[in-house]
Design a protein around this ligand. Structure first.
Ligand SMILES: Nc1ncnc2c1ncn2[C@@H]1O[C@H](COP(=O)(O)OP(=O)(O)OP(=O)(O)O)[C@@H](O)[C@H]1O
Length: 301
């Protein structure tokens, strides 16, 4: 369990974090979402104990990273944007170097496992300086998993990757969570990339937590006036649904601006008693659209 309680962080005159609190359950994948400069990296650095907070506290599995740094670092793996790899050494030699630094005994089996997991067999003996961004990212992930952490902090792990590279990182996140029950916090400024892997989201804006919850919870909270696009063939045309004020697009397509979620079943019941409904789709109900609504709602705070 990770507990973040009222964390604030001041860098000289700049306040990077303001009174941020949340809890992360073991075995969950949480997306830390926010634009550039919203405080994601600072928060991750405080959570894994490399940076102190100005006020507030963090408890990782019952331990305070500021007083139990070594134990917390042993539990956590952190992939930052600077992967910390040595470019003039081979991928495998990097892993050997960091395994030695972590004091991992008989590490060749673990390195073989990770090289296989990240599909680095072909390149493991090549210098890291010759690797593509995607290969470096995979090697960086392998490095932070060497000591079998139970908590993983991934700071923008998909940045700079092509679609195949993004899919591979997401596959690995899912696998580590499902097969090893790893607790994972993954930051990104591109929400759509993470929506396939996260159980919950924490939204940051200008150093504050502005929203938090599962996709369903957040959508329900923000989807107060749904817009429904309906494809239907009604006996008397759209006049049969006049009381719901359809915005008519064609003989069989119309958009309904409703006042609440409760009106959706009411409208659909009404339509099905007057004809055939072939399709009904909520417009702007995806997490990405909601994210813009959240940002808009908190932009001026
Ligand atoms: N060591 C530092 N000294 C001074 N200011 C800092 C320091 N580290 C971060 N900041 C400032 O704190 C704010 C939050 O930065 P942070 O890197 O945590 O944001 P972020 O959400 O991770 O952004 P990005 O998506 O660009 O990585 C920024 O305004 C940044 O300039």
């Amino acid at each position: 369990m990770i507990e973040v309680r009222s964390i604030s962080k001041q860098f000289m005159e700049h306040q990077a974090l303001r009174d941020v609190s949340f809890t992360i359950e073991p075995g969950s994948v949480t997306g830390l979402i926010g634009p550039n400069g919203s405080g994601k990296t600072t928060l991750i650095r405080i959570m894994n104990g490399v940076l102190g907070a100005t006020s507030g506290s963090v408890i990782i599995n019952g331990l305070d990273p500021s007083t139990h740094a070594e134990k917390v670092l042993a539990m956590c793996g952190t992939l930052t944007e600077q992967s910390g790899l040595y470019e003039n050494m081979s991928g495998r030699d990097n892993l050997i170097f960091f395994a030695d630094a972590f004091g991992i005994q008989q590490h060749s089996k673990r390195i073989d496992e990770l090289v296989e997991l990240f599909e680095l067999q072909e390149y493991q003996h090549r210098k890291v300086g010759t690797y593509s961004t995607g290969m470096k990212k995979r090697l960086g992930l392998a490095r932070v998993l060497l000591h079998r952490p139970s908590i993983l902090f991934l700071d923008e792990p998909t940045n700079g990757l092509d679609p195949d590279g993004i899919q591979m990182v997401l596959r690995i996140i899912r696998r580590l969570n499902r097969e090893e029950n790893m607790t994972i916090l993954v930051s990104s400024h591109v929400l759509s990339q993470l929506s396939a892997v996260c159980d919950r989201y924490i939204f940051m804006e200008k150093g504050r937590k502005v929203e938090e919850g599962s996709e369903q919870e957040i959508i329900h909270r923000y989807l107060t006036a749904p817009r429904l696009e309906v494809e239907a063939v009604l006996a008397d045309g759209w006049s049969a649904a006049a009381e719901f004020n359809p915005e008519i697009l064609s003989a069989d397509k119309a958009i309904f601006q409703l006042q609440s979620r409760e009106e959706i079943p009411m409208l659909l019941r009404h339509l099905t008693t007057n004809g055939q409904v072939y399709q009904a789709r909520l417009i702007g109900s995806d997490l990405e659209s909601i994210y813009f609504a959240i940002r808009e709602a908190h932009h001026h705070e």
